[in-house]
Design a protein around this ligand. Structure first.
Ligand code: CAA
Length: 283
């Protein structure tokens, strides 16, 4: 399977990060957003990020220009027709993703791989929504996608060896380290990370320490690059609750029952960095 052209569906931070990574790796990228404003703002975010790389002397101006020339941002889903690989990175909602996979299956050329960037939902459910289950897998990037070195390559029981080999080759060409994982909620990273993040919120609820102290403790006590509450803000509290709910549904482990504060903040629209308010304020 030769992969040259990548489609990305979804206009969040993950979608634009994955697009930037793929463009820089030399792939042609079609980035599909539902709204024109989102398409424009994603291109703006990618341009700014590339400019920063050039200013830091990590990329030649010409390379940034070439990368941008490989990007097409569109609101038309039909533009994905001739992509060799489409990566979906929309909201963590199984029904929304199932509907999208059914739609993608109808419009994207036969033989193309349809992948999901889901962090917890069963990939096999998305495969079953298509008539090409052997060509469906998970390609799970981490936030921020341009910085984090790992990608989990998720193998549902329906995927063919060729699909997994092609997904692994794509990840390698993106200069990321791929780990092949079973199609089980949370895979490796989120299965370990989210009970910990949830526990940090429970510590805060019990008043054991302030948010800043909890974060400082884990940075200085364990050498983590950021504290758990700041990381929840980075991932987004909506995504975090969706991940915890999916983990709880799959394993019934009380450690993954979302702490009440997470749901209260969600109801208040305090989703973290993206809404400028979560456990911290961002201005
Ligand atoms: N987008 C793009 N680049 C970013 C960025 C962002 N949001 N945040 C930081 N960077 C870049 C900076 O530009 C900088 O790049 P250079 O080295 O090229 O100059 C580099 O990252 C380091 O940034 P800073 O010096 O500003 O800050 P830092 O050293 O504190 O690093 C961090 C920031 C990379 C986010 C670091 O704190 C970190 O690694 N945190 C942990 C992140 C993490 O755990 N991610 C996984 C989340 S879980 C997940 O994603 C799975 C899921 O399904 C939800």
């Amino acid at each position: 399977m030769q992969i040259n052209k990548i489609g990305i569906v979804g206009s969040g931070i993950m979608g634009s990060g994955i697009a930037e990574v793929a463009m820089l790796a030399g792939f042609e990228v079609v980035l599909r957003s539902r709204k024109q404003e989102s398409a424009v703002s994603m291109v703006g975010a990618i341009e700014r990020s590339l400019v920063r790389r050039v200013e830091k002397g990590r990329l030649e101006a010409q390379e940034a220009q070439d990368a941008l020339s490989r990007l097409l941002a569109t609101t038309e889903i039909d533009e994905l027709v001739d992509c060799d690989l489409v990566i979906e990175s929309v909201v963590e909602d199984l029904e929304v993703k199932r509907h999208l996979f059914d739609h993608l299956d109808r419009i994207v050329k036969p033989g193309a791989i349809l992948a999901t960037n889901t962090s917890t939902l069963p990939v096999v459910d998305l495969a079953a929504a298509t008539r090409r289950p052997e060509l469906v897998c998970g390609i799970h990037f981490f936030n921020p996608a341009t910085v984090m070195g790992l990608v989990e390559i998720v193998r549902p029981i329906t995927a063919s060896d060729e699909t997994i080999a092609a997904a692994s080759a794509f990840v390698k060409k993106c200069a990321k380290d791929g780990v092949l994982v079973k199609d089980e909620a949370g895979f490796v990273v989120n299965a370990l990370l989210f009970p910990y993040l949830n526990s940090a919120v429970k510590l805060l609820e019990r008043g054991v320490a302030t948010a800043e102290e909890i974060d400082r403790s884990m940075k200085l006590g364990c050498g983590f690059p950021m504290g758990p509450l700041a990381l929840l803000d980075l991932v987004g509290l909506d995504t975090s609750v969706a991940i915890l709910d999916a983990l709880y549904r799959e394993f019934g482990d009380v450690a993954t029952l979302a702490a009440p504060t997470l749901r209260r903040k969600l109801a208040a629209g305090q989703l973290g960095k993206k809404t400028k308010r979560g456990f911290y304020d961002y201005h």
